[in-house]
Design a protein around this ligand. Structure first.
Ligand code: ADP
Ligand code: ZN
Ligand code: ZN
Length: 732
């Protein structure tokens, strides 16, 4: 008797799998990773086989049999990885496994399944030849089909277009022996932006790049290890990734390359495709489900050896994995903000260790965590001897009117007269960040969340009357004409956002074209379109949120401007210095990548902050040393691990009770070396009050286990009525 241990793909927290099912003989090839449809209570659900056994604790007559095995299964090492994610991030085994499934295979037996795309291909036979010339009585359409097949076999769809043939016509011809048909699997390709799928050789590496690639290449032979590729902006990190991937391929090993967001970093993805052609498979959510499924299968079967994609590509079914690259490893998009709240960088480290693969994380502004934990490979200079652009810090305290410092206006005017390109970052979308009454100080807030409403759409170009929006819940209301408290009509618009800056720049720089890139502009034309329009333009200014600072390589940009370098500093978060440093340095990195050189202006209310100071001298090592010192003193990551437990409810009373109860349940389960802070209030969001508990621990595994068990106890002890709970390990 063969027993399959099956983890049902259910989202509920209460289910404790895996469950035993008896395999019928017809399912002899079912193994770990197979996906089965099984009876579960009164339902049919999908489940993943996580183990096989020869016996069960249950009596034979109580063992149900699976109903069906799906064609595509998951490699066993990914089953292990998915279960680990479920555990490690205090989620459920089923949600962890959900991450490693083939695209299109969701939970629920009836969920739509993506299937291979099969087409009928037809070829005419010798009889078909004779029939055409002979006196055989053929319909016009049948003749047209046979004629269309003169040049070789064709798919049913092509024949339908060319000869108006439907399937019935083909079947009729086949029955008469005039043609033969066979089924072939077609591969749905993801759309490529500009390049073909043929591989091209790389460029010669400079000595620093070559040294980095050689270290990785050695490590591939010696069974893995983790390295931080710490290279200044424009130092050619991507070429190093490509060289390492090639070294892996030469050894028969596969590669996963993680990129922050495909829409914002299409260049990196395209460079992989240009170098390795059809051996690259892309996996991202903008592709059709069919194309994603086909790319997944190409990896699974070994026909494609490299996977490129955003964080979820860390679960790509690459066999004989040799290398995982994490490009722009500081990017916050590597963290998933919904359950399971995994960090793709941690998952990549786990997967690399499991496979004996090399982990290569690259950035100009690495996280202190990575600097502390990984060995460092340095690319200290830009390629081709280009200099890093000089950075000038502009003090905005007192006296400056409007969003632009006079020196900024001056520098932008120079770009216009030279017909060049500039990038301006303002880390706030909309027209202005909030409104306040000038007479009584009333501030407009979201009725659902305790945050200010932002003003949108004031510019003449958008033609709108102005709308107040909440950036957290999407609530919108018309712009007020007067204050509801005192009736005054003098309302101040405070804090310039991207729309207002765009407006200002258009007036200041006309006729120079201004391009705006933020999540609102993306709604009308995609990020990629804005970026490629800016790239193709002869001259122009790109203004936007931090999206404009992401890894773009535009050689004609000679000026980079940060309008509010301290906006991220004001956030009450121990990572605010790190974020500010990264933003300013990354934006600076977009300037001066060509022969014309470049410069950078940083406007700030905090000119002496460590992050701004170090960024202005491109001193990443100095910043990391300071920051690591501070973190060590305060016991923050990487010198500890944080776990956040958040509770939310529309009513405050059950919320406070639950927070106190969960606090007690956790306190019982942790040692003295773990700090448990809270419950502290978080701002109200979408009509829900929130409380937060925070754990700070050295021993991560023990703390995660304590929280997991406390949450389970709270759920089973009914301590959470009407209260939602979520756990975030390594919160961002
Ligand atoms: P980074 O990711 O470090 O910011 P990129 O990989 O985008 O840098 O490289 C910047 C530019 O330099 C790219 O256009 C790339 O083609 C070019 N480049 C990289 N390595 C070399 C090299 N060894 N010689 C000449 N050009 C190079
Ligand atoms: Zn008022
Ligand atoms: Zn809101």
């Amino acid at each position: 008797m063969t027993i399959a241990k099956v983890e049902p793909l259910l989202t509920t927290r209460g289910v404790r799998g895996p469950f035993d099912y008896r395999l019928p003989e017809s399912m002899a090839d079912v193994g770990v990773g197979s996906i089965l449809v099984v009876p579960f209570g009164r339902r049919r659900v999908k489940g993943v086989v996580v183990g096989l056994a020869t016996g069960s604790d249950l009596p034979e007559e109580r063992l149900a049999k699976p109903i069906e095995a799906l064609e595509a299964g998951v490699p066993p090492e990914l089953v292990e990885l998915g279960r680990w994610v479920g555990e490690e991030y205090c989620s459920t085994p089923s949600r962890g496994l959900g991450l490693v499934l083939p695209p299109g295979v969701g939970g629920g037996a009836s969920a739509r399944r993506v299937k291979p795309l099969v087409e009928l291909e037809a070829e005419r036979t010798a009889e078909g030849e004779m029939a055409l010339s002979g006196d055989e009585r053929l319909g016009l359409r049948q003749k047209a089909v046979l004629r269309a097949l003169a040049s070789g076999p064709k798919a049913a769809r092509a024949l339908a277009n060319e000869a108006g043939a439907d399937r019935a016509t083909l079947r009729r011809l086949e029955r008469r022996g005039l043609l033969t048909t066979r089924e072939v699997e077609r591969h749905r390709r993801p759309p490529s932006t500009s390049v073909g799928a043929t591989a091209a050789p790389g460029i010669a590496l400079n000595p620093a790049q070559a040294a980095a690639a050689a270290t990785v290449s050695d490590a591939l032979a010696r069974g893995g290890g983790g390295w931080l590729l710490h290279g200044v902006t424009g130092s050619g990190k991507t070429e190093v990734y490509l060289a390492c991937a090639e070294a892996a391929l030469e050894r028969g090993l596969g590669t996963i390359a993680l990129v922050p967001e495909i829409a914002l970093t299409p260049q990196t993805m395209e460079r992989f495709r240009r170098r390795f052609g059809d051996q690259v498979a892309l996996l991202h959510s903008r592709m059709s489900a069919g194309a994603r499924y086909d790319e997944w299968r190409r990896l699974r079967s070994g026909r494609a050896r490299l996977a490129v994609g955003p964080r979820s590509a860390v679960f790509a079914p690459v066999s004989d994995l040799g290398l995982i690259v994490i490009d722009e490893e500081h990017d916050s998009s590597y963290k998933q903000e919904s359950d399971p709240r995994y960090d793709a960088r941690e998952v990549a480290a786990r997967r690399a260790a499991q496979a004996g693969a090399v982990l290569l994380a690259g950035s100009a502004t690495p996280r202190p965590e990575s600097r502390e934990r990984m060995r460092r490979l340095a690319l200290p200079e830009r390629v081709d001897g280009l200099a890093l652009p000089p950075v000038e810090v502009l003090d905005m305290r007192g006296g400056v009117r409007g969003p632009l410092h006079p020196r900024t206006s001056e520098a932008l005017a120079k770009v216009r007269s030279a017909g060049g390109k500039a990038i301006v970052m303002v880390n706030r979308r909309g027209w202005s960040s909030h409104l306040a009454c000038r007479s009584c100080g009333h501030a407009w807030q979201c009725p659902q969340c305790d945050v200010s409403l932002s003003l949108h759409g004031e510019s003449a170009r958008e033609g709108a009357a102005g709308v107040m929006r909440c950036h957290h819940c999407g609530h919108a209301e018309p712009k007020p004409g007067s204050c509801p408290e005192c009736g005054s009509v003098t309302i101040a618009r405070i804090g310039a956002g991207t729309q207002r800056v765009e407006d200002e720049l258009e007036r200041l720089l006309s006729p120079l074209e201004v391009f705006r890139l933020d999540s609102d502009s993306a709604a009308t034309s995609g990020h990629a379109q804005v970026l490629s329009r800016f790239e193709r333009a002869d001259a122009g200014v790109l203004v936007g949120t931090q999206m404009v600072a992401k890894g773009h390589d535009f050689p004609e940009v000679t000026l980079g401007v940060v309008l509010d370098a301290d906006s991220t500093l004001r956030l009450p978060d121990f990572r605010s210095e790190e974020r500010t440093f990264a933003l300013v340095t990354q934006l600076a990195g977009r300037s001066g990548r060509g022969r014309a050189g470049g410069r950078v202006l940083v406007q700030t209310l905090a000119p002496h902050a460590a992050s701004v100071r170090h960024a202005s001298t491109h001193d990443s090592e100095g910043f990391l040393a300071d920051e690591l010192g501070r973190r060590r003193e305060l016991g923050y990551p990487p010198f500890s691990h944080l776990i956040e437990v958040a509770l939310a409810s529309p009513d405050e009373e059950p919320l406070d009770d639950a927070a106190v109860a969960v606090h007690a349940l956790i306190a019982e389960r942790i040692g003295e070396d773990v700090a448990l802070l809270g419950p502290a209030p978080l701002f109200r969001l979408r009509g829900k009050h929130r409380r937060r508990l925070m754990l700070k621990a050295r021993d991560r595994a023990a703390a995660v286990a304590a929280v997991r068990s406390a949450v389970a106890a709270a759920v089973s002890g009914r301590r959470l009525r009407d209260v939602a709970i979520s756990v975030d390990v390594d919160p961002q």
